[in-house]
Design a binder for this molecule. Structure first.
Ligand SMILES: *Cc1c(COP(=O)(O)O)cnc(C)c1O
Length: 441
């Protein structure tokens, strides 16, 4: 079991998270249920924040990439840890603001921000808009002009670094839909364009090379390219960026094919980035920029588990054994999307040895609705409580009402006590926006 997490097996042989017995949580709150460990989330926010403080004299800010898990409580935690957040839509921005998150510490991302989202962002006083296209620069300039403000912006550049991770979640290749490519000159052209806009205050660059990355070299290479770009723009346009945002992407443990990183490892990733920034600054004679990083998955991923109750079990002799749970792709679409491999354990018999490999199926009418295949487990029985680990990132945030299933609620565990941070959806909630035209009544 993962070292950093507060997951353990208690005297009853039950899985425990953050000091709370998972079987009791399932009984009290029902299943499917997302469970988040507050201490873990805070610990990861602090690792990054404190490393920036101690190794970079605090000249930077950690932005929690809230698309990984967005709800009011998580913004409240980020606020209390004195970090910033990034948001990628009007909905995330609304959630952050309604949790009382300070607008000036919000960074707004997105490859196709809507005009209405940009109006909302500028009107709310969002600290920084990260520009991803020239038409967006036009829109922000116009909106800021009408409001009589000068909007702080960064430009998303694409340094062309290929991170070795799942192809579907790579974002910084030259064929990416994100950012301006450095190699074909469009990033430099975008700088020139943005600098010509009188209601935009360009501060620097953003890059994000992908997600679930373990290669330190990929991050370092990206930093070097961004710093080289900074120097070249300084030379050609006489503009020296004072802010560099290096994005997120640090990997987490999902299964034993992946390394189990310790807090120290995350600290070391950040130190490697910081050292690369410093040495490139010296090489090019640049001032040390204000440094931003945007971890999402690594803050909440391993902080979360999902609890299910086992229902139907179907053994197709010699072929496959299906164990169906009361959730599925509507609470965790990542297997269906990327064949993501998770680890599952029986929360009520957590000490028992794994004796079989099963496919865990959801309850949606879709044969691809699986949580995983060939997952080692003890002999599973109907009524068992199944825990799927590392579901804190990109599970709730990607959930849907497919088949009109209710999106499961989420509880936050703190010192053994759990409370709702997202209430259960009711059937009433599901039909809330449905209308029947008069002529059909
Ligand atoms: C998704 C994303 C992140 C967070 O990535 P993780 O892999 O969850 O750390 C950070 N920045 C941007 C711009 C993103 O799109």
């Amino acid at each position: 079991m993962n070292q950093r997490s507060t997951l353990k097996i208690n005297a009853d042989g039950h899985l425990e998270i953050g000091g709370a017995d998972a079987v009791s949580l399932a009984r009290k709150f029902g299943t499917p249920l997302y469970v988040f460990d507050e201490a873990y989330i805070r610990k990861m926010m602090r690792v990054y924040r404190d490393t920036l403080q101690s190794r970079y004299e605090g000249r930077g800010l950690v932005l929690y990439a809230s698309k990984a898990f967005s709800c009011k409580a998580v913004y409240a935690i980020a606020k209390s840890e004195n970090i910033g957040v990034d948001v990628v839509s009007g909905g995330e921005l609304y959630t952050a603001l309604s949790a009382g998150f300070p607008a000036d510490k919000i960074y707004m991302h997105g490859n196709n921000k809507l005009f209405s989202e940009l109006v909302y962002a500028v009107e709310s006083g969002v600290g920084t808009v990260v520009l991803d296209s020239l038409s967006e620069a036009d829109m922000v300039d116009k909106i800021a002009g009408e409001k009589g403000v000068k909007q702080r912006v960064l430009i998303r550049i694409n340094p062309g670094v290929e991170a070795h991770t799942h192809a579907f979640i790579q974002t910084a290749r030259t064929d990416s839909k994100f950012g301006f490519s450095v190699s074909d000159g469009s990033a430099a052209a975008a700088c020139k364009y943005v600098l010509s806009k009188k209601n935009l205050a360009l501060h620097g660059y953003h890059c994000h090379i992908g997600s679930q990355i373990f290669e330190e070299e990929a991050f370092k290479l990206a930093v070097e390219k961004v710093m080289d770009f900074t120097a070249s723009v300084k030379n050609s346009l006489n503009f020296e960026a004072d802010t560099i945002n290096l994005g997120g992407g640090f990997g987490v443990w999902y299964n034993d094919e992946e390394p189990k990183l310790k807090e120290k490892d995350y600290e070391n990733y950040l130190i490697a980035l910081i050292e690369a920034v410093k040495s490139k600054a010296v090489e090019h004679g640049l001032k040390l920029p204000y440094l931003l990083i945007e971890p999402g998955r690594s803050i909440v991923g391993e902080a979360g588990i999902t609890l299910y109750t086992v229902g139907a079990i179907k053994d197709i002799p010699g072929i496959k054994k299906y164990v169906a749970v009361d959730g599925g792709m509507f609470d965790n679409p990542r297997y269906a999307l990327y064949q993501s491999k998770y680890t599952a354990i029986l929360a009520n018999r957590a000490n028992e040895k794994c004796t079989e490999k099963v496919s865990i199926a959801g309850k949606c009418c879709e044969s691809g609705d699986l949580i995983g295949v060939d997952m080692p487990l003890p002999e599973v029985k109907t009524g068992d409580i199944l825990a799927v680990l590392t579901t804190g990132a990109y599970n709730y945030s990607m959930a849907s009402n497919y088949n009109r299933n209710a999106v499961p609620p989420a509880v936050l565990v703190n010192d053994g006590q759990a409370e709702y941070i997202i209430k259960p959806q009711t059937y009433e909630d599901i039909v809330r926006n449905d209308l029947i035209p008069e002529r059909l009544k």
